[in-house]
Design a binder for this molecule. Structure first.
Ligand code: G4P
Length: 535
C-alpha cells in the first residue's frame, strides 16, 4: 500500500470534515450585514466593528451602478468570507440583496450547504426571504433561523414561529426563547441547556461574554426578574407543549429549522448560531454530476462555477469565475480540465477570499470557493476536473420576474447586440428570450439593477446603445412535455406568448398570474418549470 497517498486521503477527509459553507437569507434591513460582521468578529477574522458595514454603506451611498462597479474590488472581496472558528474553516457566501439582488443571489444558494435565515422579529417573514427559501427548498438545504432585533418591540414570538411554519412551510424547533423584548428584553432561555443568558446592550467587542444563570427555577432569576420569570415559565410550558423539538434528521432534510432569538447589533445570540452551524450542520457532502455522484474526499479535484463577476477592470475585460470545490485538493499552479471547452488550463493566479482582503490561495478543499480570473471563456455551470468528464448538475437558471423589451437606436448594430446579449446571458447577467413571433428580444431578470448593468455593459463593451422598454409580461416558465404532438400543438396555438431562451429552450411568457394558471390548467400534459438546468 502506498502510505503517502493514504495519508493524503486522510488529510483531505479531515479538511472536508472541518469545513462548513453557508449563506445568509434575509429581506433587506433584517440585519444580514450586522450579523456577518459579528460572525467575523467572533472568529477573530476582523478586529474592528464597522468593517463590513463600511463596505455596505460605501455601496449604498450610491444608486448608480457605475459607481457600484467602481467598488467591484470590494464587492469581490466580500463575496466570500472565509474564517476559522473552533478549529473549523467556515465559508460564508454573500447573497447580494438591496439593489444588488439578482439571479446571482439565487445561484449562490446552490453553492452552499446550509443557510442562515435572518428575520427581523418586528416584521416577520418578508418577500425576499420567501423567494430565497423557495430556492433552498429545491435542494433541501438545512436552515438555521435567527430572529433578530429583540432589543426592539417585536411581534409575539409564538406568532413569529407560526408565521414561519405557515408561510415558509418549514417546522420550527425553538432552541432559545426570548425573555421580554424591547426595553424589557432580559435575555434568552436556552431550552436544551436549561440556562438563561442575560442580555446586555452595546456589546461591540468580540469576546463579550454574557452572564449565564443555569436552571429556569434558579432563585437568583426569580429575585432579579420576578415578573419576567413568571411569564417565561408560562411561555416555556406552552412552547414545550405546542412546538417541535429539535431533530437532527429533519433539520438535515430541510424540513425543520432550529430557531434562535437575539440581537445582532448587540452581539447577543450570535455565538449560539455559529455553534449550531458547527455542531448540527454538515460538512460539504456528495454532489451530483451527469455521470456519477462525486464524494468530497475523493482525491482528484473537481468543482463548478456558480457565479461570474465581470468588469473588475473594464479596460481588460477581466472576469472572476467563482468556483465551488466539490472534491480533492486544489493547489496553486495546478492544471485543470475545463470540461465544456475540452481544454486544460493552468490555474496559477487564483484568488481566495478572506474577511478583509483578497489573497492568493495556496490550497482549497471541498466547500471552499476559489476565484478563477478569465477573459470571458468561463460560464456559469462550467465544471472543472483533473480530466474526468464530470458535469455537475443542479446549477439552474431561475424563471425571471422582471422583463424588458430591448431595442437598439442604430439598426446596424444588431449583430453586436446579439453577440453582447449572448455573452452576457452566458455569464448570467441577464436572461435573453427570442419570441417566436416578432423580432424584438426580451430580457428577463430577478433584480432591476440587472437591466442597468446590461445596458451599460452593452454600451461599454459592445458599443451598442440599447433602449429597454416595459412589457406586459409578468412571469416566465420553461415548457416541456413527453407528448411531442401536444407540445407542437401548444407552440402553434400560443406562439404569440412563446419564446426560445438563449439555449433554445421553449418558454411561456405569461401576462399575469391568472393567465399562467389558466394556461397550465388548459394544457395539463405539459410541464411548466420555474427553473432550468445549465446546458
Ligand atoms: P441588511 O444587511 O440585512 O440590509 O441589514 P443591516 O445589517 O444593514 O441592518 C439594517 C438596520 O438594522 C441597521 O440600521 C442596523 O443597525 C439595524 N440592526 C441590525 N441588527 C439589529 C439589532 O439587533 N437591533 C436593532 N435595534 N437594530 C439592528 P440602520 O439604521 O439602517 O443603519 P445604522 O445606521 O444602524 O448602521
Amino acid at each position: 500500500m502506498n502510505t503517502s497517498s493514504s495519508v493524503s486521503d486522510r488529510d483531505i477527509a479531515h479538511e472536508v470534515a472541518r469545513r462548513r459553507t453557508f449563506g445568509i437569507i434575509s429581506h433587506p434591513d433584517a440585519g444580514k450585514t450586522t450579523l456577518t460582521e459579528k460572525l467575523l468578529l467572533f472568529s477573530g477574522a476582523i478586529q474592528l466593528a464597522g468593517t463590513v458595514k463600511a463596505r455596505k454603506s460605501a455601496r449604498h451611498a450610491t444608486s448608480d451602478w457605475m459607481d457600484i462597479e467602481k467598488q467591484r474590488g470590494i464587492s469581490v472581496a466580500s463575496s466570500v468570507m472565509q474564517f476559522e472558528y473552533r478549529d473549523h474553516v467556515i465559508n460564508l457566501l454573500d447573497t447580494p440583496g438591496h439593489q444588488d439582488f439578482s439571479e446571482d443571489t439565487y445561484r449562490v444558494l446552490t453553492a452552499v450547504d446550509t443557510a442562515l435565515m435572518v428575520i427581523d422579529a418586528a416584521r416577520g417573514v418578508e418577500a425576499q426571504t420567501i423567494k430565497l427559501l423557495d430556492v433552498c427548498r429545491m435542494r433541501h438545504t438545512p436552515i438555521i433561523t435567527f430572529m433578530n432585533k429583540l432589543d426592539r418591540e417585536t411581534r409575539d414570538p409564538l406568532e413569529l414561529l407560526d408565521e414561519v411554519e405557515s408561510v415558509l412551510k418549514i417546522q420550527c424547533a425553538p432552541i432559545t426563547w426570548p425573555i421580554g423584548m424591547g426595553k424589557n428584553f432580559r435575555g434568552v432561555y436556552h431550552l436544551l441547556r436549561d440556562e438563561v443568558m442575560l442580555f446586555e446592550a452595546g456589546s461591540e467587542r468580540a469576546d463579550q461574554e454574557f452572564e449565564v444563570i443555569s436552571g429556569i427555577d434558579n432563585p437568583r432569576l426569580a429575585e432579579r426578574f420576578p415578573q419576567e420569570m413568571e411569564q417565561l415559565k408560562m411561555e416555556v410550558e406552552l412552547v414545550h407543549g405546542a412546538s417541535n423539538s429539535f431533530d437532527a434528521e429533519q433539520f438535515l432534510a430541510g424540513t425543520l429549522t432550529p430557531v434562535f432569538f437575539g440581537s445582532a447589533i448587540n452581539n447577543f445570540g450570535v455565538r449560539e448560531i455559529l455553534d449550531a452551524l458547527l455542531d448540527w450542520a454538515q460538512p460539504p457532502g456528495a454532489r451530483d454530476a451527469t455521470i456519477r455522484t462525486v464524494a468530497p474526499a475523493e482525491k482528484p479535484f473537481s468543482g463548478f462555477v456558480f457565479k461570474i463577476q465581470a468588469n473588475m477592470d473594464p479596460a481588460h475585460r477581466d472576469r472572476i469565475a467563482f468556483l465551488r470545490v466539490c472534491s480533492g485538493r486544489f493547489e496553486k499552479g495546478m492544471k485543470l480540465r475545463h470540461l465544456r471547452l475540452q481544454r486544460d488550463v493552468r490555474i496559477s493566479s487564483v484568488v481566495t477570499f478572506m474577511a478583509s482582503s483578497r489573497e492568493q490561495v495556496e490550497e482549497a478543499y471541498a466547500g471552499d470557493i476559489i476565484g478563477l480570473p478569465n477573459h470571458g471563456n468561463m460560464q456559469i455551470g462550467d465544471s472543472f476536473s483533473e480530466g474526468e468528464l464530470l458535469q455537475f448538475t443542479g446549477i439552474p437558471y431561475f424563471a425571471p420576474d422582471l422583463f424588458r423589451m430591448v431595442r437598439i437606436k442604430n439598426p446596424l448594430k444588431l449583430k453586436q447586440l446579439h453577440k453582447g446579449l449572448q455573452q452576457l446571458g452566458e455569464e448570467g447577467a441577464v436572461q435573453v428570450f427570442k419570441p417566436l413571433q416578432g423580432s424584438d428580444l426580451i430580457l428577463g431578470a430577478v433584480g432591476v439593477l440587472q437591466f442597468d448593468v446590461v445596458a451599460s455593459r452593452l454600451m461599454n463593451e459592445y458599443g451598442v446603445d440599447a433602449v429597454f422598454e416595459g412589457t406586459s409580461i409578468s412571469s416566465a416558465r420553461w415548457v416541456t412535455s413527453e407528448d411531442k404532438r401536444m407540445l407542437a400543438e401548444f407552440e402553434k396555438s400560443l406562439s404569440h406568448n412563446l419564446s426560445h431562451d438563449a439555449a433554445g429552450n421553449l418558454a411561456y411568457l405569461a401576462t399575469s398570474a391568472v393567465n399562467l394558471r389558466l394556461t397550465e390548467e388548459r394544457w395539463p400534459k405539459l410541464v411548466f418549470h420555474t427553473t432550468r438546468e445549465h446546458a
